[in-house]
Design a protein. Structure first.
Length: 684
């Protein structure tokens, strides 16, 4: 172990070649739950402005603390040397290069709580430059490297009502109950954070030599990054909704520019919808940004726009691309590098100012270890070189590098763990939905030592969102199921992203419905037609939107031996009136308020079909889930018990919606599912 991490795979391989003793021979074995603790992946790969070095976050798990372990590593592109920059018992994240590449800012808890640090690389000296109470986000260097900007929440303080409450003075030494919590804001809770302290996010600047962070924005508004320094270093551009009704306008935001000397605030955009993530071109003549309209729809493409700073005229340049631009960076003054999702993969491409797209690679992947979601990120240097997270169906993210049409994989973090493991192989499948003939893309994982002449149980796994997508990416959860002998099938049903607006909007007003059920059910039929599926052993599972779809499906069919339903919505009326997402979800997903459209909400609710359910069901949800509160799962569990359908409710203490956020919880989710399915697996 090196600083709490395994040695790189190339080092392990070299050592193995020098050792001839059979004591060191490794025997092929299947992927186990214990192996999850040993997985590592690259994230937040940041290439230096001159393209000579890459710093990245190396992430893994700590089996003793059941938490994440993050360190900073450096790769020198000229020598090929790779070494730990900061790798110890502390956590490191959010690395950002200065413009001259001589300094690196990052966030760490090395002094007890997360603060902003700067590493002077030539001198190899480190200093903490903030002493703040709240979390730091959106770090950005000034062009001259003398200042750092960031965003941070500022507590709003007690409301007038809270101030007016007069309680008697507590006697010295008295032990009273905790004070009541007063809630007056529309957005008062958030999954993973619980009840929110009323606060407003503001922009701050701090000198790189340390000192007091200065708040540069004012008002009871949320000012959000990423932040862009004007090329002269005299102003910052950010995104905000500064209308008095901003709490109810989640789809609205404009770009603003604030002078750091006069505090003069200028609004740069005023289009209906949201404009955000500004970036100046190298020559300072153009400002790029991302935009979305204010349409009341559950899905729309995010577009890349340009503003000519001479006349403030704006235009969209990604309209010809029927995909969302997820992130971008300037390549030169005439083109940009973008990432977008397409048919289950994340792609890198160049786009010129006329909207012409040139594909570079489709191997961005591997930063979500649990299920095979599309994931990955990149950064671009001034010379056009790109650092990115490179992954595939057999490996989580490694460090990838693209330059002048050539791609290279620079790390092999899991070679020592996975090289001797027998993993399930991922295969693509395409079929027509029985509902309307819509083409559906999917994948299936075959167990190790797969024999097409044998029959295997099938596990249908449905993704969340629903406007997300699976793809041919590494998945610890699905590899575990395959290791236990299941063929694991997953598909991007209608509503999934990465297929354009039309396909995503096929689920508008129909989530969940017979339409998306048909997409999944037809996939099961297509798998059976392959000849190696045991029709007497069919199982269904899914989380979040996938949990909703699973619960809805077993109200429409009894073909599955058992179901594993994770963090579902069961009753849309109770969900939207208790969960943290109600403000945007009611506006964009439903025709109106639940008391005005009760029948529509009821039709979309799995509870409306519970009278048909005979499928034994495992229901698993975090007790701290505020996205799909555990009261949803309790409704389904109690309904099934009233029907005397075999059911088990698994409550995960302390867990928010991201139930697999801790490795032991991911393992618990897997092993409870396997145990439940084994109970109903037909071995005849």
């Amino acid at each position: 172990m090196v600083f709490g991490f395994r040695l790189p795979g190339c080092v392990i391989l070299g050592l193995a070649l020098m050792i001839s003793s059979p004591v060191f021979a490794q025997v092929n074995s299947g992927f186990t739950s214990q192996d999850i603790f040993e997985l590592e992946y690259v994230s937040d790969a940041k290439i230096s402005p001159d393209g000579s070095r890459i710093v990245y976050v190396r992430s893994g798990y700590d089996v003793m603390t059941d938490g994440n372990r993050r360190s900073l590593w450096m790769h020198d592109l000229s020598s090929g040397n790779q070494y730990p920059l900061h790798a110890d018992q502390h956590s490191y994240s959010k690395p950002v290069w200065s413009e001259n590449g001589k300094k690196l800012a990052f966030v760490s808890n090395r002094d007890g709580r997360n603060q902003l640090y700067v590493h002077w690389l030539e001198q190899d000296k480190i200093a903490v430059i903030t002493q703040v109470e709240k979390g730091i986000s959106d770090i950005s260097w000034s062009p001259d490297g003398n200042w750092l900007a960031f965003t941070m929440e500022v507590p709003a303080g007690p409301t007038d009502f809270a101030k007016s409450v007069k309680m008697p003075k507590k006697p010295k030494g008295a032990n009273w109950a905790d004070a009541p919590i007063i809630i007056e804001k529309a957005r008062y809770q958030a999954d993973g954070q619980g009840m929110l302290e009323p606060a407003y996010r503001h922009v701050f600047v701090v000198p790189v030599t340390g000192g007091s962070a200065r708040q540069v924005t004012e008002g009871d508004y949320q000012h959000r990054g990423p932040l862009a320094w004007r090329p002269d270093g005299q102003a910052l551009v950010f995104s905000a909704n500064r209308s008095k009704d901003w709490e109810y306008q989640g789809s609205e935001a404009n770009l603003y520019q604030i002078s750091l000397h006069s505090s003069e605030l200028n609004q740069l955009t005023d289009a209906a919808g949201a404009e955000y993530n500004p970036q100046f071109s190298g020559d300072g003549k153009q400002l790029a940004y991302l935009s979305r309209t204010d349409a009341r729809v559950p899905y729309q493409n995010t577009r890349l726009a340009l503003m000519n700073l001479n006349n403030r005229k704006t235009r969209q340049i990604s309209d010809k691309l029927d995909r969302s631009v997820g992130h971008y960076g300037w390549h030169n003054n005439a083109s940009l590098v973008i990432q977008y999702d397409d048919h289950g993969k994340r792609k890198l491409a160049k786009i010129d100012l006329d909207g012409k797209v040139q594909a570079l690679t489709d191997t961005l992947s591997g930063t979500t270890l649990g299920r095979p979601y599309i994931s990955g990120s990149f950064s671009v240097a001034r010379n056009g070189a790109i650092a990115y997270t490179h992954g595939n169906s057999q490996r989580p993210a490694d460090l990838g590098y693209w330059f002048k049409g050539t791609t290279r994989q620079l790390t092999d973090l899991n070679q020592d763990l996975l090289e001797h493991k027998q993993l399930g192989q991922v295969h693509e499948i395409e079929y027509a939905s029985s509902f309307d003939g819509e083409t559906i893309q999917g994948w299936y994982i075959t167990p190790p030592d797969f024999d097409p002449e044998q029959k295997y149980p099938l596990l249908l796994e449905i993704h969340g969102g629903p406007h997300l997508a699976y793809g041919p990416h590494f998945s610890a959860e699905l590899q575990r199921y395959a290791a236990e002998g299941y063929v694991v099938f997953y598909a991007n049903h209608r509503g999934s992203s990465s297929y354009g607006e039309r396909f995503a909007m096929l689920l508008d007003g129909k989530y969940s419905s017979k339409e998306d059920f048909a997409d999944h059910n037809s996939g099961v039929d297509a798998m059976i037609a392959r000849g190696f599926i045991d029709e007497q052993n069919l199982f269904i599972a899914g989380g979040s939107a996938g949990g909703i779809a699973s619960a809805y499906a077993i109200g429409l069919t009894d073909r599955f031996n058992a179901a594993a339903i994770t963090k579902p919505v069961i009753n849309w009326v109770s969900k939207v009136l208790t969960a943290d997402s109600y403000l945007g979800q009611i506006r964009n997903q439903f025709p109106g308020m639940p008391w005005e459209h009760l029948e529509h909400y009821w039709q979309r609710s799995p509870l409306s079909l519970v009278g048909n359910v005979v499928t034994p069901s495992l229901i698993m949800t975090g007790e701290a889930d505020r996205r799909t509160p555990i009261s949803e799962s309790e409704q389904f569990y109690q309904a099934l018990k009233l029907k005397k359908v075999d059911a088990a409710l698994v409550r995960v203490p302390g867990s928010p919606h991201g139930i697999a956020g801790k490795p032991s919880r991911m393992i618990a989710k897997i092993e409870h599912t396997l145990a439940w399915f084994a109970r109903y697996r037909n071995e005849d």
